[in-house]
Write a protein that binds this ligand. Structure first.
Ligand code: HEC
Ligand code: HEC
Length: 293
């Protein structure tokens, strides 16, 4: 059970305006500490906030090896791999707004809780700190090739092989946003079309099963890109990770969940009509569909 970080949100006040890496021992002693600029805009240090709220799971360098990580079935993200699940863009890495949303709303059904009580400026500082931790190696031919890479941190040579250490966000950036319009009014015909696609060409049934219980044959023994076991969502029981709005479900279906076997169906489905039809069929399986008269 990890409850520590929830209780510690109240302690945030200690971190405001403090540039040292440890929280002051007592509140209300600001007058004692020299050089404290009263009335100045609060400063949020991403690294300090990260140490307070995130490090216990994601680890100092963001590799996902915090002390609590071993206790968790769903492991904290290893940021150094540069793969993120929840994004609003067709290609590349999530936008700052996507990351801010994940931090504020948490990830449903996992130990990653919602930090929405933090001020937006604090969340922004955390977003930038998380991005700064997304550093990993790629093999390159030589030093010259490495120097041309955006986001280069350093070049490493190991037994004649060259590696560029790069920041994934600077290297890859975020692509164009997926346009998600207003959901159309659901109709019985749309739901029937959704079922047809779910069980047919879109092949959702192969992993999620006919009733959406996550028990399809192709959904057994799956692994994610970090090497951990993963199961297709059971729509009848599980909370959704990427949000519960119709638009969230639309995004997940169209863009997939990077780092997992959950495929992107944007190309397969073409236009939005079929995608919304599947969204409503998923909602039906989740017993959350309401068709207005
Ligand atoms: C109690 C453990 C825990 C703490 C504390 C925690 N996280 Fe997480 N975090 C997780 C887990 C578990 C996942 C992976 C969930 C999954 O893959 O389904 C995750 C995933 C993430 C992701 C990846 C989202 C994506 O799109 O792939 C980000 C970003 C993130 N956490 C940021 C943070 C930040 C910032 C903090 C501190 C404010 C924090 N986390 C605190 C457990 C934690
Ligand atoms: C190859 C197996 C596979 C196929 C095919 C597949 N999924 Fe998934 N799906 C998964 C896995 C695995 C997850 C869980 C990912 C995770 O937990 O991060 C998932 C998660 C989901 C989620 C949950 C999103 C969230 O925010 O929690 C939805 C909704 C979903 N799938 C819908 C669909 C639909 C609709 C289709 C067909 C268009 C489909 N899936 C096809 C494996 C699959």
């Amino acid at each position: 059970m990890i409850t520590v970080h929830i209780a510690s949100i109240a302690a945030l006040t200690f971190l405001i305006g403090s540039s040292c890496s440890e929280a002051p021992a007592e509140a209300g002693t600001a007058a004692d500490s020299e050089g404290q600029s009263k009335g100045a805009a609060p400063q949020y240090e991403g690294s300090v906030l990260y140490g307070r709220f995130c490090l216990s799971c994601h680890g100092e360098t963001g590799i996902g090896d915090g002390v609590s990580a071993t206790m968790l079935t769903i492991k904290p993200r290893d940021f150094t791999a540069g793969i993120f699940k929840f994004r609003s863009v067709v290609e590349g890495l999530p936008t700052d707004a996507d990351l801010a949303r994940t931090i504020a709303k948490g990830i449903g059904g996992t130990e990653m809780s919602a930090y929405e009580t933090l001020p937006p400026e604090a969340i922004d500082a955390l977003v930038q700190h998380v991005k700064s931790l997304t550093v990993g190696n790629i093999e390159v031919a030589d030093e010259e090739e490495a120097q041309e890479l955006p986001g280069l941190v350093e070049v490493i040579e190991d037994k004649g092989t060259f590696y560029a250490r790069v920041n994934w966000f600077e290297l890859r950036g975020s692509g164009a946003p997926l346009v998600v319009g207003t959901p159309p009014k659901p109709t019985a015909e749309m739901v029937a079309r959704g079922k047809e696609l779910f069980e047919g060409i879109a092949a959702c049934v192969t992993c999620h099963g006919k009733e959406g219980r996550g028990d399809g044959d192709a959904g057994k023994d799956l692994k994610d890109d970090w090497g951990f076991s993963i199961t297709p969502r059971n729509f009848t029981e599980d909370i959704l990770k990427g949000g519960d709005d119709l638009q969230d479900i639309y995004q997940r279906i169209m863009l997939g969940i990077p780092g997992t076997p959950m495929p992107a169906s944007a190309e397969l489905l073409g236009g939005p009509d079929d995608a919304w039809a599947i969204v409503y069929y998923v909602q039906k399986l989740r017993r959350k569909l309401y068709i207005p008269k």
